[in-house]
Design a protein around this ligand. Sequence first.
Ligand code: C5P
Length: 408
Amino acid sequence: MLQGKRILLIVAGGIAAFKALELIRRLRERGAAVRCILTEAGTRFVTPLSLQALSEDRVYTDMFSLTDESEMGHIQLSRDADLLVVVPATANILARMAGGLADDLAATVLLATDKPVLAAPAMNVRMWTHAATVANVETLKKRGVTFIGPNDGAMACNEHGPGRMSEPAEIAAAIESMLAANRPLAGKRALVTSGPTREAIDPVRYISNHSSGKQGHAIAAALARLGAEVTLVSGPVAVADPPEVRVVRVDSADQMLAACLAAGRVDVAVCAAAVADWKVTRTAGAKIKKKAGALPPALELAANPDILATLSKPGAKRPALVVGFAAETEDLVANAIAKRGRKGCDWIVANDVSPAIGTFGGERNTVHLVSAAGVENWPTLTKDEVAGRLAARMALHLAGPRSAEAAE
Ligand code: C5P
């Protein structure tokens, strides 16, 4: 399905433009968000109002509209999409794409995009078989544009042959398979913990740590990009919620554990949260008063539940892959190896959090991946890059024992 996917539909001027309306309906039914660009010629075949009503989004037509550019620049239009689809791909728009023209909003977005493009050609059979069109299609294929159709059959111009645009159901299926190709974790469920926990002393004071949540949030985002259905259980952080991830906000370790267990069965669990080791045994119901001459209150601490160890316990509900983090300031790798055994998880991602390294709150991370196969030392990467690599490795591992062995 296309849940959470964003498709930018470019509707050009051909009689088959009416099929774009049916396509929007089918894409929306599958959970995709659809936004439309309508070319000037396209407005002769379908109205912006029809596209707007079906997509439930505004329709973009004019490159020089100041309001359009201030609200949504043409670069942003393509950045916001997972896939661009040209329906119908007329001989004219294919020629403009092949020539690299940027003479209207549609052509400009197609030139500016780095997203995959699917084109559904529709034109008179002679136009489709014309050497110019043949060459343009060849050029565009070499540049990575994917084509669907055209089909053979009767056409509006009373001719017969190749040139009929593919049916909306066929185009929707092509869109699904294009977007699924990069989604090896489609159908898998993932749980990620992130950020610090806060252990209340009283209603205004707490014990916590410096975790920013950047690494955990980046992992949740990377898993979602690969198609996993992700629940992110996060302590209090300032980083934004990752897109297409279900976020459950918690404060304490007890709440974090409860939220993890409530997430149900998952295929992979990544415990990146810096869970406070101790909580205050008796949280005061009211703010503890500072009294002149009195001794400071003694805080009695109790151990927090170990979420990673709990999720790692053998049993039918254990995720196929459980990954923990080891934040250490000394003997990093040796500690991580010992921790992997102690916690019962499959992998430990070890990172040095000495103040000199600045991992907490920073953008970069130098990690070591400790698994049954041994220790891998990764180069210093951004937290997003670490997340991307980890997610790719998790996908490989979950794909099956053979591919996992090859990687480990
Ligand atoms: O024991 P330590 O805190 O060093 O272990 C770190 C790993 O264990 C991290 O993956 C962290 O998210 C997880 N952890 C946990 N619950 C705790 C303590 C740590 O999930 N109470």
